[in-house]
Design a protein around this ligand. Structure first.
Ligand SMILES: *[C@@H]1O[C@H](CO)[C@@H](O)[C@H](O)[C@H]1NC(C)=O
Ligand SMILES: *[C@@H]1O[C@H](CO)[C@@H](O)[C@H](O)[C@H]1NC(C)=O
Ligand SMILES: *[C@@H]1O[C@H](CO)[C@@H](O)[C@H](O)[C@H]1NC(C)=O
Ligand SMILES: *[C@@H]1O[C@H](CO)[C@@H](O)[C@H](O)[C@H]1NC(C)=O
Length: 504
């Protein structure tokens, strides 16, 4: 028995050590891989030693689907069983939400066609499959939301073909990662495919593209699409007065930082002069949103003729764009320092995290009792927005993570070690009686952001010494974090207390 335990422990070490080796192999096999190697280092610059370049940051925000990607989902010590996968995504590339007055809108075609780049081998089959979508179960009002983007001139906020391809690829990556774990076996008949989404077409369509990549030709009769009316995915637990107070404080911080940035103010004034607008008109048009779309689609920045409208005429420039992006990066750094956003984020994301924790606990209980788990506990997909994913990262303590790019993904995995194989450290720590009883495996959680394992950067496992004890993060760390510990940043021990306490 002792040697079996020791052998198991060795396999932990091997599989954990394999990770950086595999990443290096990837980096060595060509230009795209090398670029990936660099961007991997930038994900968690703790401490941030050099200022990130605002232009290259903007390109990584675009997430152009033109390179091989590494995904660390589905990696575990051998013989571990994967019990549950909970995914939250940000929608893919979209048309701007704002329009810069007096300029021409970027010309982008939002119909889907394999003759346009970027394309994907599954694209035509995906389009055909969406044609049968009426057979799915759609919670109102999702049944009337178009299941494909289909305007030859994109509408505001519409998902583009790039956005569809990004999520077909995400789904396909996870299909490959989980195939050998048989999370969703071919005969998954009693199970449901669980999708929850806001009522925007870009989130619904992103979720469907992701599902299609994960389960090509899925059976529509098994799809249940739930509507989340709030971008916080807080279901019936959205009411929390203190959350809005924290958000207002954060917004005041953001405002103070912005108006103290003289270079930014000068840049807005220059841009407004070029276009013949008032500075406040330009600011209200949130030009960075539109300029990012130009950049991501390789379209030149807008120009206007001089004379007539009182403007000087000319084009918006990359230098101006870089100043706005630089200020956004400064804002992210200042936000981390101030800690106000974190307080908002904890209250904003508790309902989602509480649901996730509950599903994991139930799937583990069902597994132990030999019961068939419910579909949403095995796999669910939440198709969301930047204003969902950003507070999720912050609430988990992933403050160093970059702002969610298009088609960003956060994955929670629940793993169980083989029965009767408690690790040597756990055996030493557990009281003898408990040790004798515990024949069932132990439960572990992994958290991944854009394919990167960030478990040990989260608040609930940062202090966990993976070399001295278990090389994975115990599920109980996550459960006590969600149910109590995360409220420490708002000096409380529960959601109720934190939400309804009078301001001091
Ligand atoms: C991918 O696209 C981006 C943005 O258009 C570009 O900067 C980058 O060089 C491309 N990478 C490859 C490997 O083609
Ligand atoms: C897109 O719209 C066109 C014109 O309204 C229609 O003929 C076509 O069937 C639509 N395509 C899809 C895939 O919905
Ligand atoms: C948290 O989850 C539990 C079930 O796991 C549920 O009973 C409880 O109502 C949830 N609390 C909130 C505030 O969402
Ligand atoms: C935290 O809460 C406790 C009990 O509600 C209170 O006595 C204490 O003053 C609070 N601390 C801070 C720093 O707000």
């Amino acid at each position: 028995m002792v040697s079996a335990v020791a052998a198991h422990f060795l396999l932990f070490l091997v599989s954990v050590n394999l990770i950086p080796i595999a990443a290096e192999l990837q980096a060595a096999d060509g230009g795209a891989g090398a670029a990936l190697g660099k961007s991997r280092k930038r994900v968690f610059p703790v401490p941030r030693t050099e200022e990130p370049n605002p232009i290259s940051e903007a390109y990584s925000y675009c997430n152009t689907p033109n390179r091989t990607e590494q995904a660390w989902e589905g990696h575990s010590p051998v013989d571990y069983k994967l019990l549950s996968v909970q995914v939250m995504i940000r929608h893919g590339d979209r048309y701007p939400l704002y329009y810069i007055p007096k300029t021409k809108r970027p010309a982008i075609d939002c119909t889907l066609s394999t003759s346009r780049k970027p394309s994907h081998p599954l694209l035509n089959a995906f389009i055909r499959h969406m044609g049968q979508g009426a057979r799915g179960h759609w919670e109102s009002p999702l049944g009337s939301v178009p299941r494909l983007p289909n305007h030859s001139a994109c509408e505001m906020g519409e998902l583009t073909q790039t956005g569809v391809v990004q999520h077909l690829r995400n789904g396909q990556l996870l299909h490959r990662a989980y195939k050998r774990h048989k999370l969703l076996p071919a005969d998954w008949s009693p199970r449901q495919v669980w999708l929850e989404t806001t009522g925007k077409s870009r989130t619904l369509q992103s979720g469907l593209a992701f599902l299609y990549g994960l389960l090509p030709d899925f059976d529509w009769a098994r799809v249940t699409a739930r509507h989340q009316w709030s971008t916080l995915f807080c279901g019936a637990a959205c009411d929390c007065p203190a959350r809005n107070r924290h958000l207002e404080e954060e917004q005041r911080r953001q405002y103070r930082l912005r108006v103290s940035d003289t270079e930014l103010e000068r840049t807005y004034a220059d841009m407004a002069r070029t276009l013949g607008l008032l500075t406040r008109q330009l600011r209200a048009a949130n030009p960075i949103d539109s300029l990012l779309c130009h950049l991501c689609h390789g379209i030149a920045f807008p120009c206007v003729p001089g004379g007539g409208g009182g403007g000087g005429g000319g084009c918006l420039t990359m230098a101006q764009f870089a100043v706005i992006r630089r200020q956004q990066l400064d804002d992210e750094a200042d936000r981390r320092r101030a800690g106000l956003y974190r307080k908002y984020a904890v209250l904003a994301m508790y309902p989602y995290l509480n649901r996730t924790a509950g599903k994991m606990e139930r799937v583990a209980k069902d597994n132990e009792a030999g019961r068939q788990p419910r579909g949403e506990e095995v796999f669910s997909l939440s198709s969301a927005h930047d204003v969902t994913v950003a507070p999720l990262l912050s609430a988990l303590g992933l403050e160093g993570a970059r702002f969610p790019r298009f088609a960003a993904r956060v994955v929670f995995e629940l793993w169980k070690s083989p029965p009767g194989t408690r690790g040597p450290a756990a055996a030493a720590v557990a009281p003898p009686k408990k040790r004798a009883k515990a024949r069932d495996g132990e439960l572990f959680i992994r958290v991944l952001y854009n394919g990167e394992d960030v478990t040990f950067h989260t608040d609930f496992c940062r202090a966990h010494d993976r070399h001295a004890r278990w090389p994975l993060c115990p599920l109980k760390n996550f459960l006590s974090f969600v149910r109590r510990d995360m409220f420490a940043v708002v000096n409380a021990t529960s959601y109720q207390e934190a939400c309804y306490r009078r301001p001091g």
